[in-house]
Ligand binder design. Structure first.
Ligand SMILES: [Zn+2]
Ligand SMILES: [Zn+2]
Length: 296
């Protein structure tokens, strides 16, 4: 009997272009994990590019895309919500200016008609200089709760996050099932025992069950949480607890607090790994950094 020496091809490659939450925080204390705000690229074996959020990290992604040989492929941008840290990079996205690709946009907190006007505001004066035809490059789509969007070999699902206003938690599936999930802004609030919240958590566990890669909000430490209840974010401890409960393969801690320096993030990751092991889980825990590329 012979063994096949070739490992199976990855189902997707997930690349992090921005991992910081709330506000960009460049500088010498954040060089390892990065200072740009959320932007994650998901690639399958071919087909269009899938981009999750348009924080300041999307600027470098755009430059990278313009250098790639696939510079005429369609781009599908999914905004979890419209808080500034998740959209502020869009006017600086090079493919938008190059105008060689169609650019489709979905939004997790937009009522039916508000996405086109929001996009127009974002790339127009007084927020951005007037550039002829720029607004027309962005093709806005409705993305109501429960609607899954097909993009190439993937199906993009949404689930309502616990976050001020509204926000989407995104799960990307292929024909074999869930590939990865992305929950950059989500308050798990395990301490909240109200029926509504307990039911929401149960439904969330079901949505994330068995996902190979979970990218989750880990904005706060346990000490910081009591003064930030209701702000829409989770602690590292809560993110690990969720990953263990859902049987996640890899947990990428994300949306790092803008005041958290590299050394502090490394200490947090160490304790998160201990928590996972003590829970009897084999979950792999890491803190996402700018430039990290994971094969799933
Ligand atoms: Zn955010
Ligand atoms: Zn937010």
């Amino acid at each position: 009997m012979s063994e096949n020496p070739t490992p199976p091809a990855p189902r997707a490659r997930v690349r992090f272009w921005g991992t910081r939450g709330t506000c960009a925080s460049p500088g010498p204390r954040t060089v390892r994990y990065g200072g740009n705000t959320p932007c994650v690229e998901v690639r399958g074996s071919g087909g269009p590019a899938l981009v999750l959020d348009a924080g300041t990290g999307i600027r470098a992604l755009g430059q990278h895309m313009q250098r790639s040989p696939l510079s005429d492929e369609a781009i599908h941008l999914f905004l979890t919500h419209r808080h500034a840290d998740h959209v502020i990079g869009l006017p600086h996205f090079a493919p938008l200016h190059a105008r060689t690709r169609s650019m489709h946009v979905w939004c997790g907190d937009c009522a039916e008609d508000s996405l086109p006007s929001f996009l127009a505001t974002l790339v127009s004066p007084p927020l951005f200089p007037a550039v002829d035809g720029l607004v027309g490059q962005l093709l806005a789509h409705d993305w109501p709760e429960g609607k899954a969007v097909p993009v190439g070999e993937f199906l993009v699902h949404r689930f309502g996050a616990h976050h001020p206003g509204e926000a989407a938690i995104i799960r990307v599936d292929d024909a074999s099932g869930p590939v990865m999930a992305y929950a950059p802004d989500n308050e798990l609030a395990y301490a909240d025992q109200t029926t509504t919240h307990v039911e929401w958590l149960a439904a969330l566990r079901e949505f994330l069950h068995g996902v190979p890669l979970l990218v989750h909000d880990a904005t706060y430490t346990d000490d910081e949480l009591p003064s930030h209840v209701g702000w829409g974010h989770s602690t590292t401890t809560e993110a690990v607890r969720l990953a263990v409960e859902c049987g996640v393969g890899t947990l990428a801690l994300f949306h790092h607090h803008p005041d958290r320096d590299d050394d502090a993030i490394e200490r947090i990751v160490e304790s998160a790994r201990v928590q996972g092991t003590e829970a009897g889980s084999s979950v792999r825990v890491l803190a996402a950094w700018e430039g990290l590329s994971l094969s799933v």
